[in-house]
Design a binder for this molecule. Structure first.
Ligand SMILES: [Zn+2]
Length: 717
């Protein structure tokens, strides 16, 4: 759940411009653009991108021409002799950058879902150019003067509520980017942004290198006892690929706790792997300690320049949470309950360790972080033993999709889904569905790309190809990506329950995009703050385990028999197993993120003090229980130093509070029904960011969010 990857395209791309090096290239390539598939809006139904006509060589010229075109569009706004009006300034900005948006959406989506080395190379080249493109439009003084003038006169402009919100958001985005600063501060801000971009790239490269270097070589296959034959051959292949003498290599994944720790019976090897993982990027050539000190210093300076006490104050002001205090309240409510559950789990595990030691007549030992996953797996098998192979036949992909995911959307919102075999995705196995409303009106397209491929990014996510907008007259085109292993030809696609849940989760994002009914694209669908974006998706997960929905889809793929209740009860019970550990290690990381970003410029540690700062922060938060390590230690915490989750790692939990409150609301209002679904749709799912998201929620829920239903859902009470 926390690992699910969900990404928004920066809303900024609809109103961004700046002189940049790419503009010159655009002039050269301008002549070629006539044949470029991005040159004009797609003529396919719903403006589905013309995938068959798109080639790698089309991206770079389309990006260059797109930035150039937006540069001209925005220069025309900025230099317009007419006094600023909502139409000639805010709407003109909303309209600008159409070509750039078209190419950017397809490029980013396909780079993740169906990428190749050339696309990754282009992505790296583009990142600083797009950042500079954004910076220069938002720091354009004459342009901001027009926006500011309108904002000051907003009460007299006679705008409807959504137009007023568009003006407000446009103004806020300029101000947050530094548009109100004097020239000297603007120059410093550009420097800081450039330094941050390069520091963040260095951080990422250090993590990559340190993670590779920390891979653990193993000489004797006997030490790999417990690992599956497939994992052992993967370890042999990894060693061979790097040309090292040892015959096996355990490569590391991003999190502190490594997947191999679940299976390995050798305690000594588990300890080596854990320590290699937890100390990554803390010394040598890929030392991130000085990079962290530098990034934190720059972020603190930037926040200060923009008028905020700390980076967290700056970031959170534009999120649903609003303030560091609100985030602290939420984390403070969940942390002790999660930690108490983790300590109960630790007691069970210690008991098992002691029992096994005494049965083998050897001395017992104290549970360490490298032991947890191994023994937790044994407790899980012991307590919730069910045969995964007995469960999967009840979760056949097509049945789950049609009789579960689509069925719930039909019961709740009246939607229907028809596969359009005449329309094509970017690969043969991408399915295209037309989504229709209860009265038969077409709503948009849903692309389903469910299978794993070598060139697909891991995890699961949703994204959009076209945003819904009445202003542009566009219907949404959205997609879901999963990584389900493709079975041998002719075999059914049978899912585990966590894959079923992921299917519902991603479809919740899709519904948020598909049911959007707003005027402006930049306020539409999933263009909401990070800590609100995971709300519709985590809410939609609940229908996977709702008895009436489950009974509809969980049927044996061969004979149609319903899943026995006793079996499903075991599946559900296993869901909440180890939740104390999972929640605690996530909350610890979220608290660590807050601690870093709630530092003012006066109190920042230097490189030598980074590790001591982290330890003190976790201790102060009450999250320093040794067997439950933080999900990411600072030196490889990519979310907060690279991926834009700075002061925002709490977002999944904030969204989940809203989601579980919504689940409770459904249950106190009679469960699944059109009336309830239509109410949620009217209040939340159709609204995008046309209103402050916190206000949207309160108007739906009838009060502020409440953390209790989340604790119940996760089985932490
Ligand atoms: Zn998600």
């Amino acid at each position: 759940m926390f690992g699910s990857f969900y990404r928004r395209l920066p809303a900024a791309l609809t109103c961004v411009v700046g002189a940049c090096a790419m503009a010159a290239q655009a002039a050269d390539s301008g002549a070629d653009l006539a044949a470029n598939p991005f040159a004009r809006p797609s003529t396919l139904p719903f403006q589905l991108p013309p995938f068959a006509r798109i080639h790698d060589a089309d991206y770079a010229p389309a990006f260059a021409a797109g930035m150039d075109a937006q540069l001209k569009e925005v220069a025309a706004i900025s230099k317009d002799p007419a006094p600023p009006s909502f139409e000639n300034t805010v709407l003109a900005l909303e309209r600008s950058g159409a070509l750039l948006t078209r190419v950017n959406k397809v490029f980013r989506n396909l780079n993740a879902a169906d990428g190749n080395p050339a696309m990754r190379q282009l992505e790296q080249e583009l990142a600083p150019k797009l950042a500079a493109h954004r910076d220069s439009i938002r720091l354009d003084a004459p342009l901001f003067a027009r926006v500011d003038d309108l904002h000051q006169r907003r009460a007299q402009l006679g705008l409807d509520a959504e137009s007023a919100q568009l003006l407000e958001r446009t103004y806020i985005e300029f101000v947050r980017a530094g548009a109100m600063l004097g020239d000297k501060d603007k120059a410093r801000l550009r420097e800081i942004n450039a330094q941050l971009a390069s520091a963040s790239t260095r951080f990422r490269q250090n993590v990559l290198k340190a993670t590779q270097d920390a891979a653990v070589p193993v000489a004797d296959v006997a030490d790999l006892d417990g690992m599956s034959p497939a994992d052992i051959s993967a370890a042999a292949a990894a060693a061979q690929a790097r040309g090292i003498k040892d015959r096996y290599l355990i490569t590391l994944s991003n999190t502190t706790v490594q997947p191999a720790l679940t299976a390995l019976t050798s305690r000594a090897l588990r300890e080596r792997i854990f320590k290699a993982s937890a100390t990554r990027a803390t010394s040598g050539a890929s030392d991130n300690l000085p990079v962290i000190a530098e990034i934190m210093r720059l972020r603190a300076e930037r926040a200060h320049l923009l008028g905020y006490a700390t980076p967290a104050d700056y970031v959170l002001q534009d999120e649903t949470a609003g303030t560091p205090a609100a985030v602290k309240r939420l984390l403070g409510q969940i942390a002790p309950v999660a930690m108490a559950a983790a300590r109960r789990e630790a007691t069970q595990i210690q008991h098992l360790i002691d029992l096994q030691a005494s049965a083998a007549h050897r001395e017992s030992f104290t549970l360490q972080p490298w032991d947890w996953a191994f023994y937790a797996e044994q407790v899980r098998k012991d307590r919730y033993s069910f045969d995964e192979t007995a469960v999967r036949p009840y979760f056949e992909l097509d049945r789950v999709l049609n009789d579960g995911v689509f069925y719930a959307a039909h019961e709740l919102y009246g939607l229907s889904f028809a596969e359009r075999k005449d329309l094509h995705g970017y690969r043969e196995d991408v399915r295209v569905f037309e989504v229709r409303d209860a009265d038969g009106t077409p709503l948009g397209l849903f692309l389903a790309d469910y299978f794993a491929r070598d060139n697909k990014q891991g995890g699961a996510w949703m994204n959009t190809y076209v945003d819904q907008s009445e202003f542009f007259g566009t219907h949404p085109v959205v997609s879901n990506n999963l990584n389900i292993a493709r079975p041998a030809a002719g075999q059914p696609v049978l899912l585990g329950f966590s894959e079923v849940t992921t299917l519902f989760h991603e479809f919740g994002h899709a519904l948020h995009g598909l049911m959007s009914k707003v005027h402006y694209a930049s306020l539409s669908g999933t263009n909401v703050p990070r800590d609100f974006a995971e709300y519709p998706s985590q809410y939609n997960e609940m229908w996977a385990r709702e008895p009436v929905v489950l009974a509809h889809f969980a049927r044996h793929y061969q004979n149609g028999d319903p899943m026995p209740k006793s079996l499903f009860d075991k599946v559900l019970a296993a869901q909440s197993f180890n939740e104390g550990f999972e929640t605690s290690s996530y909350v610890a990381a979220a608290m660590l993120d807050q601690s870093w970003h709630q530092l003012g410029s006066g109190r920042l540690p230097d490189a030598d003090g980074v590790e001591a700062f982290e330890a003190a922060a976790l201790k102060e938060a009450g999250m320093d229980f040794a067997p439950v390590p933080v999900r990411y230690h600072s030196p490889y915490f990519l979310h907060i130093y690279v991926h834009g989750y700075d002061a925002g790692y709490y977002a999944y939990l904030w969204s989940e509070v809203l989601a579980r409150d919504t689940g409770k609301w459904f249950h106190t209002h009679g469960g699944i029904s059109r009336a309830n679904g239509d109410y949620l749709r009217a209040k939340i799912l159709s609204r995008g960011r046309t209103l402050d998201p916190g206000q949207l929620f309160e108007e739906f829920y009838g009060g502020p969010p409440d953390g209790e239903p989340l604790l119940e859902y996760r089985g932490l009470k």
